[in-house]
Write a protein that binds this ligand. Structure first.
Ligand code: C6P
Length: 412
């Protein structure tokens, strides 16, 4: 029996806002299922970029002329939008970065370097993206601290008892994915945060795969830091943010030196600017941050709960469809997931499957998804990953399933 997908809003109208979706690829209508890598951008984001460059491009926080003030205002409006979007207490707690990777590197290189000493421990999970492993390895190596890893079950979940067993008074930092990019697993982050705080550790959430799918509230979670990328939230590439609690950000040393992050510079001594500017050295990616406001409004206007409900139904539908395909094995069957369908076809390299799907206009990601340790855990080189966004439809999942059915029926 097919799972009914109730379209709680007008998907045709949503799709019409994304010009890139309306094209043929290799002679077939594009079926874009690579949203965990990056989502497509609605016209309002593209128009905001054009408007910025055609009418008020200027450097920010520096000029007193009209265009500079307009650009500064628009840039700061996006900061306030992000604050509201994640329910941060203050907009100064939102630092603009190049994205999740830079945000995680920032915390590791500043908070991590300042607070870790030999013998301390940092805990991550076995589900992490390389961006939430390597920066911690680097700082642990430098400080003589240890990286501990919460194991992943066959379903692709972590067990809170395993996490509890790793926690001790040596644990100083816990950094975990809110949702796994490779399997879609949503981690029990609220419980992780509570337990970590009881042990006296700070918690960083890698929310790269969470913010366009789930209703995330940093105050109710009580996380200490959160990192994300706007390009996975219908916004431009190369921009993202780090949220941090004010008292932690204020105590941290700057990440990079340069313009904007200073209060006063002499050759003898430099004093640093207030947050968030202390962490925003140099001219930022103004246009893309300005345009991000439109991406956030796009999500907010649709409603985070509506998006979550719709994508959940699509995921259930896709899971059921793919489960019916002979020789296809779903990797990652956690009870709580965002819209990621990761799988392998018996005896076939994921890359070959990806190429065959591409020939039918279906865009998926294949390979290790920047989660090599997780792939090792499953004894795989990689998977094929179809990942969902709010503009995807049940019909697109039918197209995917039909192609996979044909491919699998050729396997001897
Ligand atoms: N995952 C994917 O195809 P950047 O590249 O800095 O915007 O995001 C890094 C990152 C960190 N954490 C998670 C959970 C992620 O999913 C990503 C990016 C993409 O899965 C590209 S590798």
């Amino acid at each position: 029996m097919e799972t009914a997908v109730k379209q709680s809003f007008d998907i045709a109208a949503i799709r019409a806002q994304f010009p890139v979706l309306n094209q043929e690829v290799n002679g077939y209508p594009l079926t874009y299922l690579d949203n965990a890598a990056t989502t497509q951008k609605p016209m309002r984001v593209i128009e905001a970029l054009t408007e910025y460059y055609t009418s008020y491009n200027s450097n920010i926080h520096r000029g007193i002329h009209t265009l500079a003030e307009k650009a500064t205002h628009a840039f700061e409006v996006t900061r306030k939008e992000i604050q509201k979007f994640i329910n941060a207490p203050e907009s100064e707690e939102v630092i603009f970065t190049k994205g999740t990777s830079e945000s995680l590197n920032l915390v590791a290189a500043t908070y991590g370097r300042q607070n870790l000493k030999a013998g301390d421990e940092v805990i991550v999970t076995g589900l992490e993206h390389h961006s939430n492993i390597v920066p911690w390895q680097m700082v642990c190596e430098e400080k003589g601290a240890k990286l501990k890893v919460v194991p992943v079950s066959e379903k692709g979940e972590i067990n809170l008892d395993d996490f509890k067993n790793l926690l001790s008074d040596k644990t100083k930092i816990v950094s975990v994915a809110y949702a796994s990019n490779a399997l879609g697993t949503v981690n029990p982050v609220k419980e992780i945060i509570n337990l970590a705080h009881q042990a006296g550790a700070v918690v960083i959430l890698d929310a790269a795969q969470a913010l366009s799918h789930l209703n995330v509230d940093v105050q109710s979670l009580d996380c200490d830091f959160m990192a994300s990328s706007f390009h996975k939230m219908y916004g431009p590439t190369g921009v993202g943010f780090l949220y941090g609690k004010r008292h932690l950000l204020e105590e941290m040393p700057p990440y990079q030196g340069g313009g904007e992050m200073i209060k006063e510079v002499t050759f003898e001594k430099t004093t640093y600017n207030e947050i968030p500017f202390k962490f925003e050295a140099g001219t930022p990616n103004i246009a893309d941050i300005v345009a991000t406001k439109e991406a956030i409004d796009f999500i907010s206007e649709l409603g985070k709960e509506n998006i979550h409900t719709y994508e959940n139904k699509l995921l259930a539908y896709g899971t059921e469809k793919l489960s019916q395909i002979d020789k296809l094995r779903l990797i990652g069957t956690a009870d709580h997931k965002v819209g990621v369908l990761s799988f392998v076809l018996e005896g076939m390299h994921p890359f070959d499957v990806g190429m065959m799907l591409d020939a039918k206009g279906i865009a998926v990601r294949t390979g290790h998804h920047c989660t090599m340790p997780l792939m090792d855990r499953f004894g795989l080189e990689g998977t094929v990953r179809a990942s969902l966004a709010v503009y995807n439809t049940k019909e697109e999942l039918d197209v995917l399933a039909e192609s996979l059915f044909k491919i699998s029926s050729r396997i001897k």
